[in-house]
Design a protein around this ligand. Structure first.
Ligand code: MN
Length: 432
């Protein structure tokens, strides 16, 4: 075990928690009594909530942007080391984000093992690695302008396959066990490509990457309805995704990003379907109003987040042996301090999980069997209306996290201190 050197002082968090200890105990005990009357053990819920693990994407700690502009803030991370430091701050305060998900080639470093050790000292591990064939990298031989894994050009496909295999090799050095593949391949014009043949080329390329998976690894296929392609996208929906995953084999699974669906699509039902067929491999959390907005989790539609977790908990409890999805926060923080957004999002996701855990599933099953519609709805509604804040705060405090993570972060003065030592970044357009 490597000696840890966490970024924030443990005294700072202890002092923060001490000032809030009595009020938290009061709120927790009060909620505990209320839940006990409903036959629920609050300590068991707190213990289960503490097992939640959300990966942080390395790109999530930088300030994002739109296709119009990016507005940097002083003290934002400028390299992978600094990104890891910021991820470690998030983990230290909330205690449910123990792993980082890197993106290659953005995060490419010479010595993966040294990077892994550095992360371990910060209390972090590595989650799924993400390949990138949706843009060209300086020095790259062939362009992805007309596609990557589904390109009509065999040499371009070979280059994209090789990049994915390289990601797996880098991931092995970091201790990762999954490769997430999202491609931007698709078309902007009817007739631009054969809709059938492009999917065939994609499957053929994926099969070669699948063959290169080390033992114990999974390949996660992330679908997205549109953008950057606006007429057709090769892996556009969960139907295409499960077809691809089923054709590839058991180690290929589907990854659901909340923002990658048509408006109004019932995402919780997709979760249930994918799990039913053993293909629910991962989840990317964010929120949206119009499209793939990458807003903070639970900021627009917290009820949907609850309903998604209701299905995830149902899946977890019904077939625990077949349930190990990789969870990641996948957002673009354009107008907030990214650390604060990640803390707020982790809280929203953990809150949705806690509410789903207190659903009376036995009663719900009986009400569904009896077609007692209103009672079944009220069973879900009662759980959703429960303020679980004290459970989340207690689960954090008991593991040396902060009772109020955003307040503790502000008390630490982290960003201001980093603004004095990190170089200023440039506000280029069009980066997420
Ligand atoms: Mn995503």
């Amino acid at each position: 075990m490597t000696d840890q050197a966490l970024p924030l002082s443990s005294d700072l968090i202890a002092t923060h928690n001490h000032a809030r200890r009595d009020a938290l105990r009061d709120d927790y005990d009060s909620l505990g009594r209320s839940l006990r009357r409903r036959g629920i053990d609050i300590d068991a819920i707190a213990k289960q909530v503490a097992t939640l693990e959300l990966a942080l994407p390395t790109w999530g700690v930088g300030v994002g942007g739109t296709r119009f502009a990016r507005f940097p803030i002083p003290g934002e991370p400028t390299n992978l080391d600094e990104k890891l430091d910021d991820c470690a701050v998030v983990q230290q305060l909330c205690r449910i984000t123990p792993r980082v998900s890197p993106h290659f080639p953005w995060d490419k470093v010479g010595d993966g093992r040294a990077l892994r050790q550095r992360a371990e000292r910060l209390g972090l591990g590595f989650d799924a690695v993400n390949s990138n064939t949706f843009q060209d990298t300086p020095g790259q031989k062939l362009s992805y302008r007309h596609g990557s894994l589904a390109s009509t050009d065999r040499a371009v496909r070979a280059q994209a396959i090789e990049h994915n295999i390289e990601c797996i090799r880098l991931g092995e050095e970091l201790g990762s066990t999954a490769l997430t593949v999202w491609i931007g391949d698709g078309t902007n014009f009817p007739g631009q490509q054969s809709l059938g043949a492009s999917f065939d080329r994609y499957l053929e390329a994926l099969a070669q990457i699948y063959e290169a998976l080390p033992s114990g690894w999974k390949m996660l296929l992330e679908h997205k309805l549109y953008e950057p392609a606006f007429y057709s996208t090769v892996l556009s929906d969960w139907g295409s995704s499960i077809l691809a995953a089923q054709q590839l084999g058991p180690r290929a699974q589907c990854l659901v990003d909340l923002g990658h669906h048509a408006p109004s699509v019932n995402i919780e039902q997709i979760v249930a379907r994918l799990h039913r067929f053993g293909k629910l491999g991962g989840f990317h959390f964010n929120d949206s109003k119009y499209g793939d907005d990458d807003l903070d989790s639970g900021s627009i539609n917290p009820h949907q987040l609850f309903l998604v977790f209701n299905e995830l908990v149902e899946a977890e409890q019904s077939r625990p042996d077949a349930f190990a999805p990789a969870y990641m926060i996948d957002q673009s923080h354009n107008v907030t301090d990214p650390i604060e957004s990640l803390l707020s999002s982790a809280e929203a996701i953990a809150g949705a999980y806690a509410r789903a855990l207190i659903v009376d599933r036995q009663a719900l099953a009986q009400q569904q069997q009896d077609n007692d519609v209103m009672a079944a709805f009220q069973t879900l509604r009662r759980a959703y209306n429960t303020d679980v804040t004290p459970i989340l705060a207690m689960a954090r405090a008991e593991r040396s996290g902060a009772v109020d993570p955003i307040a503790a972060y502000r008390e630490s003065g982290w960003r201001g201190a980093k603004a004095r030592v990190r170089r200023a970044t440039v506000g280029t357009a069009g980066i997420v």
